[in-house]
Write a protein of this length. Sequence first.
Length: 98
Amino acid sequence: MSEHVVPVRTYYVIWAVLMVFTAVTAGLSFYDLGRLSIVVALLIAGFKAGLVGLYFMHIKYSDPVNRVAAIAGVVFVAILLALTSADFFTRMWFFRAP
């Protein structure tokens, strides 16, 4: 099996993009976006995790079995996030005594 050689420049570009989005995340933490704050934070984190997985973990150039395993992991995390959100949003927080 031959290895795919990624140019070093690609790693530097991906690293720079990750640093920019880290700065964007830090900058957005100073603004109150209301309920969109968590959505924006999760979207940025998901994008950054995707870049790390695709390029630094070489999923982009790996075998289909590894891609399926990575996609299955993302699907299971999405399911857990959806179930946790469903539990959180269906609780009666406003009926609790202080």
